[in-house]
Write a protein that binds this ligand. Structure first.
Ligand code: JCQ
Length: 251
């Protein structure tokens, strides 16, 4: 899968993209990330990328010409079949299911805005989709672009190791994760749940599932609307909710 990112700050994205899982995925040829500096596609002496808003009001707006020139010269006729994502708090909210949808494409274009925003014609005539990574305002679209690339890269086969890939599959249940522990078995007198030391894989799996359900019920009950639950899960949940009257939900 290929990502083309259009930004005024390619260097701030570079280090993260080279690191860890994303760096290895690129070395292995599983993903390609191409960073393009929008400023390289300005035609004036001062390499201007922003200007004052029509109608006044202060702040600066990114000019359309360099963005169109950059995207059109790099992507060419592939523009007809390639999603062009504008990262903005006004977009549809990025979730794991959106990641799965976007992972179905061979190539994605990401446009990172800065300043107060980008000229509306970029949204209207260049972007095919607008994506928000959450309800807060950032300085630019670079962090959202990294969030999206990271999430989608993890969905490509071969990017994660066997163990992580198996975990990824089991957590596509849409629940929060169970607690994790590693050595030592006693740290400052704080122990590890006995079941995890028992070697009884069936009991461990049941305990983890119950913990996932309990955490989701306490912290993110909204996730149950889309979580994949079976009969046993629903029975457990019902008992937790009833038991809650006697305070068994407190962690
Ligand atoms: C994305 N959640 C927050 C900020 C304007 C394109 O116009 C703008 C883009 C940004 C950067 O993106 C975000 C964001 N998802 O702040 C302002």
């Amino acid at each position: 899968m290929r990502f083309d990112v259009f930004t005024l700050l390619p260097e701030v994205m570079h280090t993260y993209l080279r690191s860890s899982v994303l760096g290895k995925a690129q070395e292995a040829g599983l993903i390609e990330v191409h960073l393009h500096n929008i400023r390289d596609h300005t035609l004036d002496r001062h390499h201007t990328t922003d200007d004052e808003p029509y109608g006044g009001g202060g702040g600066m707006v990114m000019k359309p010409e360099p963005i169109f020139a950059a995207v059109e010269s790099v992507v060419g006729e592939a523009l007809e079949t390639t999603p062009v994502l504008l990262l903005t708090p006004q977009g549809r909210v990025f979730r794991q299911e959106v990641a799965h949808e976007l992972a179905g494409y061979e190539r994605l274009v990401l446009i990172c805005g800065r300043y107060e925003g980008v000229d509306e014609r970029v949204r209207q005539y260049l972007a095919t989709d607008e994506i928000s990574v959450g309800d807060y305002v950032l300085t630019g679209g670079e962090l959202p672009a990294l969030v999206i690339i990271d999430t989608i890269a993890r969905l490509q086969s071969g990017v994660l190791g066997d163990v992580e890939a198996t975990e990824k599959d089991s957590y596509s249940s849409g629940l929060l994760e169970h607690p994790h522990y590693t050595r030592p078995a006693s740290f400052r007198g704080w122990g590890v749940p006995e079941v995890l030391l028992s070697g009884d894989h069936a009991r461990i799996a049941a305990w983890r599932r119950e913990q996932s359900l309990r955490r989701t019920l306490l912290r993110r009950p909204d996730l149950f609307e889309t979580a994949k639950l079976d009969e046993a899960d629903r029975n457990l949940l019902d008992r937790m909710k009833k038991g809650n009257k006697r305070n068994t939900l407190k962690e």
